[in-house]
Design a binder for this molecule. Sequence first.
Ligand SMILES: NC(=O)c1ccc[n+]([C@@H]2O[C@H](COP(=O)([O-])OP(=O)(O)OC[C@H]3O[C@@H](n4cnc5c(N)ncnc54)[C@H](OP(=O)(O)O)[C@@H]3O)[C@@H](O)[C@H]2O)c1
Length: 332
Amino acid sequence: MSAVPAVRVALLGAGTVGAAVARRLTDRADLLEQRVGAPLELTGIAVRDVSRPRDLAGVPQGLLTDDPESLVDQADVVVEVMGGIQPARGLIERALAAGADVVTANKQLLAQHGVELQDLADRAGRSLEYEAAVVAAVPVMRTVNQALAGDKILSISGIVNGSTNYILDMVARLGVPFQEAVQQAGDLGYLEADPAEDLDGLDAAAKIVLLARVAWGEDVGLEDVQREGITGLTDADFENARGTGQVIKLIASAWCSGPPSARRVEVAVRPTPVAADHPFGLTREGTNMVIIEAESAGSLRLSGAGAGGDETASAVLGDVVNVARSRVAARD
Ligand SMILES: NC(=O)c1ccc[n+]([C@@H]2O[C@H](COP(=O)([O-])OP(=O)(O)OC[C@H]3O[C@@H](n4cnc5c(N)ncnc54)[C@H](OP(=O)(O)O)[C@@H]3O)[C@@H](O)[C@H]2O)c1
């Protein structure tokens, strides 16, 4: 047993991401304690149905609860991986007001209410971290927010939705008819419960909004996104692209326009033909890739898994370790 008091971690959700976070908090306990300088104590896991069987090998079953409020009230760090707007929003507000730091993977909540939540966190002097909300395991948020904090970001563009990239890749590389590829992605469980999230570009829009806010400090919202999904594409569009050595990708992008005195941040998500040998053209299946252009750093490319339980848990735990470290450093 460590003599150092633990940092209490409350987990909201034990689905694809939450279960992976719980397992890693348990099986990496020693490593995480070493990194934080104190043990991370998983105090409970809020779910809707405590009796549902779930993949929580090594995690004590007694940690499951259907009372998220009580859990939040006794936590130092709250990890929100339940998704949706409510009750997630209310629980995050409650956590920040009670002095906890918050880590979330909830891109839609952040895209819609992130400005208010960040404001609340700032006023409470607490952290609101969300690396996992944008391209899961790939540290894009941290690159824009921290690594490039001393640089001037010119543009960000990327393939940030794995499901649509899988569909477009099947069509371009294997010649699968478009509608069949959509069906296949659904059958494989690659599409969100509401497929419009992926196919209409809503998921990609949320991610590019979060990146644009951090890159330029502007209050960009979902309503600002010039958005076109992939549902309007036809086999003829793919044929035309193929004929010119191109492939169609769903590209999310953000850039600044206008003179410095009237600068505007523009955000867009749209199917875009790119050269088959461009880094985006070579991005296969569910892989994501983001290219950041910065004045001094030049062109940076980050790619990897943009979804998956363990992959997303990697980003969540990175944030947990960072906020827990700060709490331990702030102790007397
Ligand atoms: N899956 C990914 O690859 C991925 C990648 C990046 C970001 N994300 C984000 O991570 C979050 C979680 O995604 P997921 O795929 O893990 O979702 P999920 O599999 O649907 O899991 C959601 C979990 O939250 C619990 N939950 C939902 N509503 C609740 C409520 N009202 N009260 C208590 N518990 C509640 C569910 O409980 P039950 O189990 O009892 O139903 C479930 O355990 C989302 O915001 C998603 O956008 C996911």
